[in-house]
Structures are given as structure tokens and as C-alpha cells.
Design a binder for this molecule. Structure first.
Ligand code: CO
Length: 458
């Protein structure tokens, strides 16, 4: 029996524990070891890595990717992509999505995990098609959530859709760590029966369920699980690579991992973890288990946002009321999964409904956009009275939001002129205009300084 492992220390582990603040220089010299460990793939790009490189680390994210590829020629590199939103929360035009995917693969990515926050697969279609066209592995992801309409039959239906769309594999993405072992077992079994293709489970240790959930998922036939090397595992990160390897091997599964190499990798990352603990970037509490998400059925990040919103308004005593309002708002909105940006939209609205006392008398622009259909289809039925109250005579958009968008790439390229030295620069700019521009200017200045220095020395 075989089960494969994807290592997340360079992306999700890094993102979940230290807000993606690990610079390339921290891990450059261990990459050849990681390449030797026997992983199925290394998740190293996408998500917040791109933003963090440009904003905080003064690194070109594309260059980081190329350097990782150079040092890890054997192992597949993997990234996370928010479908039509790429790495952010707004929609991009199709030409930009295609170019972004094409260049991700050109620069070294092998596997692209593509998801949409509402599981509206119209929003991942273009990215998926382009991934295959560019010779990459297109992994379709389904966001896991708990609601009256999200049952096994519903997940099977979503998996069938992904298969029809041409996905090479399917990932169940449990960003809040709320998938229990029994649910995981039933889900993987049902998906394996329905679609005969590789199934990946992605979860977090947040609630403490992670390791047992993975174990049961593997028993049900899960092909690949996502783990993080132990010094960057646990808490809001993934369960530990070495522990899962140990337990699964004991049960007769072959992971393909080399224990001695894993030990070397972990020994390497231990002092780096210590450094982030010392500097306060790594807060010890994110390393523990927090079971509140299981009690309230809202993700940990959303719960802490609700608490801080209420504190700001001096209304922490209304927390229970807000937590009871959350499922009602969610029902009105057709049960969106509680991931960004929906977790914020639902949380802000539930808080407003409780504090103002009259439901929906104040509504955010984001909620309006959602009801207009700008984010995609709601998984369930929208409350039509609410739609009428908020939109009035305005018609919700028909079709896919990006269908009405003008191409953006060439325009941005023209706008940037010589400031962009590659198509990759243009894509960085389109994804994060202000910070990319700042990055380009600093890059130009530092090259100028180097040139001056060289001239002086001569
Ligand atoms: Co994750």
C-alpha cells in the first residue's frame, strides 16, 4: 500500500505559522536535501508567498521560484491558485489568468492546485484549461465546509464536475481543520468510488483533528496528504511529516520518504523556528490546538476576527448573539464556505445585524457584490427577500463575472514601459500594483547604486 506526501513548509506551513515571512536565504541551502527526501511534491508558491515576497522580503517571487526549481530538479513543485482571483480576492480577465498560469509553469511549477472560495467551478475553468495546455498537472480543489446543504452527495457531485472538466487529481481542502476522521473516511471512500482518480486531502492541525483525520483518510484510500516538517507543523499549520510517516509506515503504508533525510531537514529548520519565536513573528499560541472552531462551526481565524470586532465596539458581551446570527446570515447567503473573503463578509454582517438590532439595515459593499453574483454562484439558494431589499430593481449579473472583463495584460505592459523588464514583472504588477511598483523602483535604485559603486572603484 502506498501513500504520497506533499511537504508544505515552504508555503502553507510558512504562511500559517509565520505569515509567510521566511526569506529565500533562510531555506536556500536545505533545498537539495528536501529534493532527496522522497516527497511527492513540494508546495512552495502561490497563496501569500507572492505578496509577502514583494511586500516584506524584497524578493522577486518569480526569481524565488526559479531558484527553488534550480536547487530541486527532481521533486515536483506545487502552487496554490485561487482560480479567476489568482492570488487575491478580485477577478482578473482571462488573458491575465492564462498568462499567469503559463508563466508559473515556465518558471518551474509542475502542479497547480486550483480552487474557488464558493466552489463555483466556472471560476477555475480557465486556469485549469491553461494548466493542461502548458503541460502542468491541474489539481481541482473543493473547499470543505459544514452546512445543511454540504453533504456527501454534494461533494461527490462537485468531484464529478471536476473530473468532467479535465482535472488530473482532486483535492479536498479543509482550511479550518474541521474535517473529522469519520467524515474524512466516508468522504474519501465516496469520492474514490465516484471518480477513479488521485484524491488529495489538505487539512490543518488547528483543532487537533488533523493527524487522526489523515490517518482515517489514508485508510479509506486517500492517495496524497499534505504535511509540514515537524518544526513547522502543528497548530494552524499542517500535521507533522515525520509523525504521519512513522504512523503510516507502522500500519504497512509505503510513503517513499527517507527518515534520515527528514531528520536532517528538521534539524535545519529548528533554529529558524527559534529565530522567529525570538523575534515574536511566531506567536506560540498558533502552535497549540484550539477546539472552539468545532463548537461554533466557524474557522479559528474568523472567530478571532469576530472577537476583535466586538472588542473594538465595546460589545464583547454580544459574542454569543453574534455566533448565533452567523448561521442565519449564512443561510440567507446560500451557505457559502467560510473562507476569505466570505468569512469576513458573513462575520461583519452578523455583527452589524446584532449590534444595530435590525437585520440588514446596514449592508457592506462586498455583500452587495456577492448578492449581485460578482463572486460567483452561491452554493445554495439566496434569500430572495434579502436580494430584493439590497439590490432593488438591479438585476444580478448573468454568466461568469470575467466574461464582461476587457483584456488587461497588454494595457498593463504598455503602462509600465521599461519599468517592467519581463512579462513576469507585468503579472506581478497586475496582481499587486502598488507594492510591485515600489519593488521595481527599489530594484532600479539598487542596480544604480551597484553601477555607481563599480564606476567609483574603477
Ligand atoms: Co491550507
Amino acid at each position: 500500500m502506498k501513500v504520497s506526501i506533499t511537504e508544505t513548509v515552504l508555503r502553507d506551513g510558512n504562511q500559517s505559522l509565520i505569515a509567510t515571512r521566511m526569506p529565500f536565504s533562510d531555506f536556500a541551502t536545505i533545498l537539495d536535501k528536501i529534493d532527496d527526501a522522497g516527497y511527492h511534491s513540494i508546495e512552495c508558491w502561490g497563496g501569500a508567498t507572492f505578496d509577502s515576497c514583494l511586500r516584506y522580503l524584497n524578493e522577486d517571487p518569480w526569481e524565488r521560484l526559479r531558484k527553488i526549481k534550480e536547487r530541486m530538479p527532481k521533486t515536483k513543485l506545487q502552487m496554490l491558485l485561487r482560480g479567476q482571483n489568482l492570488l487575491g480576492y478580485k477577478h482578473y480577465s482571462d488573458d491575465v489568468v492564462k498568462k499567469f498560469v503559463e508563466h508559473s509553469i515556465l518558471n518551474g511549477i509542475d502542479i497547480i492546485r486550483i480552487f474557488d472560495a464558493l466552489n463555483d467551478f466556472r471560476n477555475i475553468e480557465v486556469a485549469m484549461e491553461q494548466t493542461k495546455k502548458s503541460g502542468g498537472h491541474a489539481q481541482g480543489a473543493i473547499c470543505y465546509t459544514i452546512s445543511p446543504i454540504h453533504n456527501l452527495a454534494n461533494y461527490v457531485k462537485l468531484a464529478r464536475e471536476l473530473k468532467t472538466m479535465g482535472a488530473d487529481s482532486i483535492c479536498i481542502k479543509d482550511m479550518s481543520g474541521i474535517l473529522g476522521p469519520r467524515e474524512a473516511y466516508d468522504m474519501i471512500q465516496a469520492l474514490k468510488d465516484a471518480v477513479d482518480m488521485p484524491i488529495i486531502l489538505h487539512t490543518h492541525s488547528t483543532t487537533g483533528l488533523g493527524p487522526i483525520t489523515y490517518y482515517k483518510a489514508v485508510e479509506a484510500g486517500c492517495d496524497i496528504i499534505d504535511t509540514a516538517i515537524s518544526s513547522f507543523a502543528g497548530g494552524t499549520s499542517q500535521p507533522a511529516t515525520e509523525s504521519l510517516h512513522y504512523a503510516l509506515q507502522q500500519a504497512g503504508y509505503e510513503t517513499g520518504l527517507n527518515e534520515a533525510v527528514l531528520k536532517e531537514i528538521n534539524d535545519y529548520f529548528k533554529p529558524i523556528k527559534e529565530k522567529f519565536l525570538q523575534s515574536g513573528v511566531l506567536e506560540p499560541y498558533v502552535l497549540g490546538s484550539d477546539t472552539d472552531a468545532l463548537v461554533y462551526q466557524v474557522p479559528g481565524g474568523m472567530l478571532s476576527n469576530l472577537i476583535s470586532q466586538l472588542k473594538q465596539q465595546n460589545a464583547l458581551d454580544r459574542l454569543q448573539d453574534v455566533l448565533q446570527e452567523v448561521p442565519r446570515v449564512r443561510k440567507d447567503l446560500g451557505y457559502p464556505p467560510l473562507v476569505t473573503p466570505m468569512s469576513q463578509i458573513v462575520g461583519v454582517q452578523a455583527t452589524a445585524n446584532v449590534l444595530i438590532g435590525e437585520r440588514y439595515s446596514s449592508v457592506s459593499n462586498e455583500l452587495k457584490s456577492y448578492l449581485r453574483g460578482e463572486y460567483g454562484h452561491a452554493p445554495g439558494e439566496l434569500n430572495q427577500d434579502l436580494v430584493k431589499q439590497v439590490l432593488g430593481d438591479e438585476k444580478p449579473i448573468a454568466g461568469r463575472y470575467a466574461d464582461n472583463m476587457e483584456p488587461q495584460f497588454e494595457k498593463a505592459k504598455e503602462l509600465l514601459g521599461p519599468m517592467a523588464v519581463s512579462d513576469e514583472d507585468v503579472l506581478s504588477y497586475i496582481a499587486f500594483p502598488q507594492i510591485a511598483e515600489k519593488f521595481f523602483k527599489e530594484r532600479e535604485d539598487s542596480t544604480a547604486v551597484k553601477v555607481n559603486y563599480a564606476i567609483k572603484r574603477v
